[in-house]
Design a protein around this ligand. Structure first.
Ligand code: HDE
Length: 743
């Protein structure tokens, strides 16, 4: 950490503050980043990059006669430095995955979490991770997966794939779920997705796939979606993509939140235990809040209304004391069982059905700290699948083998040489080797040698007995050829398995997604080829989609359906064990004359249960409860105007009692639209007293036979998610009701 003497001038005040803040950093990575962290405050004085105080930031040095400006001088090193820095602010975008979350640190295990809410804000900067116990030690010697007494700081970056930087969050797309664990044995990067499989089997196809999915070369459209000729052309001619296309057209591709999606390492990795025995492994992240999605109409609207929805959602939850949490699971297959399955366990277009290989839960992580600055952290973080630690290794999965080359390679063009030394990328454990020099070398290594062996015995290799990484001695035999394994040739069974495992409404969403996307293709050859291919997955599905989009089917598909299901494929399987409204956004719609006591009690109750209530009114300013004079004392300041936020931004809607308020809401077209839209998007709706009439007015146009569930007769469930009561009486019942309908 930089130290300054007592005479430090004003300009160093913030640096010194950052230095004292170090005391509150508790994890190794936070401490490490602290040495590069400064804070800009009102007291901060400006300096050049080389530390010279700057007295004028507004006027380039000129030759002047006092009256006219005169020519600017090249001599002005302050101006030139400022422009030079500006000229080089941008770095190349990632070739894929440009829309990303403000990532965060995380930790594993609950014990600390329960104390977290009462901690001061700074405590949120602590990020640690732990496993439950040493149950995974039968599979691996990796301490990060087996040592319950250790905490591991971790960095997470969520992303979309198709769109360029700045495109909307809620588009239909696969989400990236990339984690970097700063372990005591070096960095381990688990670079995953929210879908357990991938479009292709062999890394050599990746550039073709990415070219096809990205905006088309002749006009650079579309942005943020796969609904175009080239994508469907490619996947129609590449049957190995069939399974992944089913997932991409399902609700998984429009998550409600990054906090409510699973994560998967996708590729098959290996674990090695202390006895030298090897296992194949797939990694899973299971969200505490369950797996939830938007409905398509909602996703489309949010993309326009709040394109940064997912990133803001993540930050809001962390800052509101509801840090998202995932359980870490592993599926493990011992080496000798590698060939026991119908599919090849090294084929990344296949899942390992949980009925065959159960998920073992070994730890958890909590994402509890947003980054301080986007660029140096989120943008400069560089993940590499090749970053593994002792006890974790690779398999011959041909997608993984290629990824191991690609990530390392891509960082060079994005970040330049020595990118591992950037603060967000460097490990917390010591780094010492004889690699030297190159652009952006920041490490200064003392001593006379930069080679091994040397006469000082400085920087020797670390033997396996002392923790050195040793590759598993895998037996290999064969010929050199461009091939894939035999079982890699089957592409449809698991696509059908996925379809069979969905609920009816999930299937309907899938049909609508196919219909939307293929309708956007204007080349008949493209959509006809795809609907024909779909016949092999499911004739029924193909018929429905083909009828919608004008495609063709194959009446005699090349495969007999197997009819099997796997329970863990429907999102319903991941509903939280106990429904919760924690971190859910609840809009309370009100106008002058609302029931003040009721609203303040409900607001308090919602906050107590971890939800985030928002007051929405006809004006952003004070709104007055019944009995208070408008413009006088005692109003409440609402959070948003009806127009400023839409129902799409919220999970639930509540309309309190109060005659005047309800009359106003009933007469407002915008409010009626709020209720109707919330209903159409399957949001929970609650109404009290006169507020019930607002809901009835809004919904009678849609639903003639709608029967609301009413709290008055203790009925709290409704297939429509609408709950009403004559008056606000029992707060706990209301809480339960909201909890049920929102959960
Ligand atoms: Fe990536 N992928 N990928 N990928 N990928 C990149 O690396 C690549 C694949 C994934 O937040 C790039 O740093 C190849 C599967 C994520 O910074 C690049 C292949 C999965 C991220 C790259 C794949 C992923 C990337 C671009 C086929 C799920 C964002 C920028 C063999 C398990 C990481 C970068 C972040 C990013 C290559 C397939 C996940 C070019 C060659 C499968 C989450 O290196």
């Amino acid at each position: 950490m930089i130290k300054f003497d007592d005479n430090t001038s004003l300009r160093f005040a913030s640096l010194t503050m950052a230095s004292t803040m170090q005391n509150i950093f508790q994890t190794a990575k936070i401490k490490d980043l602290a040495s590069d962290t400064v804070e800009v405050t009102g007291k901060t004085g400006l300096t050049t990059d080389h530390g010279v105080p700057v007295s004028d930031t507004d006027n380039w040095l000129k030759v002047t006669n006092g009256k006219y400006s005169g020519p600017s001088l090249l001599e002005d090193q302050i101006a030139r430095e400022k422009i030079h820095r500006f000229d080089h602010e941008r770095i190349p975008e990632r070739v894929v995955r440009n829309v990303s979350s403000p990532p965060a640190m995380l930790r594993l295990l609950t014990s600390v979490l329960e104390h977290r809410r009462s901690m001061p804000a700074e405590a949120l900067r602590m990020a640690t991770s732990r496993v439950f116990d040493d149950r995974a030690s039968k599979y691996t010697l990796a301490s990060v997966l087996t040592d319950p007494n250790r905490t591991t700081p971790t960095f997470v970056r969520f992303s979309t794939v198709q769109g360029s930087r700045g495109s909307a969050d809620t588009v239909r797309d696969v989400r990236g779920f990339a984690t970097k664990f700063y372990t005591e044995e070096g960095n381990w990067d688990l670079v995953g997705n929210n879908i357990p499989i991938f479009f292709i089997q062999d890394a050599i196809k990746f550039p073709d796939f990415v070219h096809a999915v990205k905006p088309e070369p002749q006009n650079e459209v579309p942005q943020g979606q796969t609904a175009h000729n080239n994508f469907w052309d490619f996947v129609g001619l590449q049957p190995e993509a069939s399974h992944m296309v089913m997932w991409a057209m399902s609700d998984r591709a429009i998550p409600r939140s990054y906090r409510m999606m699973q994560g998967f390492g996708v590729n098959t990795f290996t674990l090695v235990n202390r006895e030298g025995k090897r296992f194949f492994v797939k990694f899973h992240w299971i969200p505490e809040l369950g797996v939830h999605s938007l409905v398509w109409d909602e996703a489309l609207k949010i993309a326009g209304q709040d394109p940064d929805f997912h990133r803001k959602d993540l930050e809001e939850a962390i800052l509101n004391g509801a840090p998202p949490k995932w359980t870490l699971g592993i599926q493990v297959i011992p080496e000798e069982r590698e060939h026991d399955f119908e599919f090849d366990i090294l084929d990344a277009t296949k899942i390992w059905p949980e009925e065959l290989v159960p998920v073992e839960e070994i730890g958890e992580m909590v994402l509890n700290r947003p980054v301080d600055e986007f660029f140096p952290e989120t943008e400069q973080v560089a993940f590499c699948t090749s970053h593994v630690v002792p006890g974790i290794g690779f398999s011959d999965d041909p997608l993984l083998q290629g990824r191991n080359f690609s990530y390392f390679d891509t960082q060079l063009s994005r970040l330049g040489m020595n990118w591992e030394q950037l603060p967000i990328n460097r490990p917390v454990c010591p780094v010492m080797n004889h690699n030297r020099d190159g652009q952006h070398q920041t490490r200064i290594t003392k001593g006379r040698v930069n080679y091994w062996p040397n006469r000082f015995e400085a920087g020797p290799p670390i033997p396996q007995s002392h923790g050195g990484y040793v590759e598993f001695a895998q037996k290999i035999q064969g010929i050199k050829a461009r091939v894939r394994g035999e079982k890699f040739q089957e592409h449809y069974n698991q696509a059908e398995l996925f379809l069979n495992s969905l609920t009816e409404y999930e299937k309907n969403h899938l049909i609508n997604a196919f219909s939307f996307e293929l309708s956007h293709c204007d080349d008949a050859q493209v959509y006809e080829t795809y609907t024909k291919l779909l016949s092999t997955v499911s004739l029924d599905l193909a018929k429905t989609v083909a009828a919608n989009v004008g495609g063709q089917i194959n009446e005699s598909p090349i495969r007999q359906p197997h009819g099997q299901k796997s329970t863990a494929l429907s999102q319903l399987h991941y509903a939280p064990k106990k429904p919760t409204i924690k971190s859910r956004r609840v809009a309370i719609l009100l106008a002058d004359g609302f029931n003040g006591t009721e609203v303040s009690m409900i607001g308090a109750m919602l906050k107590a249960s971890g939800a985030v209530p928002f007051l929405i009114g006809p004006r952003r300013g004070k709104i007055y409860p019944a009995g208070k004079e408008v413009g006088g004392d005692g109003g409440v300041v609402v959070d948003h105007h009806f127009e400023g936020q839409r129902s799409t931004m919220f999970d639930a809607l509540l309309i309190p009692s109060g005659k005047e308020s309800a009359d106003m809401l009933k007469a407002s077209g915008r409010c009626i639209h709020w209720v109707r839209e919330a209903f159409g998007h399957l949001k929970a709706i609650g109404a009290i007293g006169e507020g019930v009439e607002v809901v009835r007015r809004a919904l009678k146009m849609d639903v003639t036979q709608l029967t609301f569930a009413s709290l008055d007769d203790n009925t709290v469930t409704s297939s429509y998610g609408v709950v009403t009561t004559g008056s606000y009486k029992v707060t706990s019942a209301a809480a339960d009701a909201l909890e049920i309908v929102t959960g």
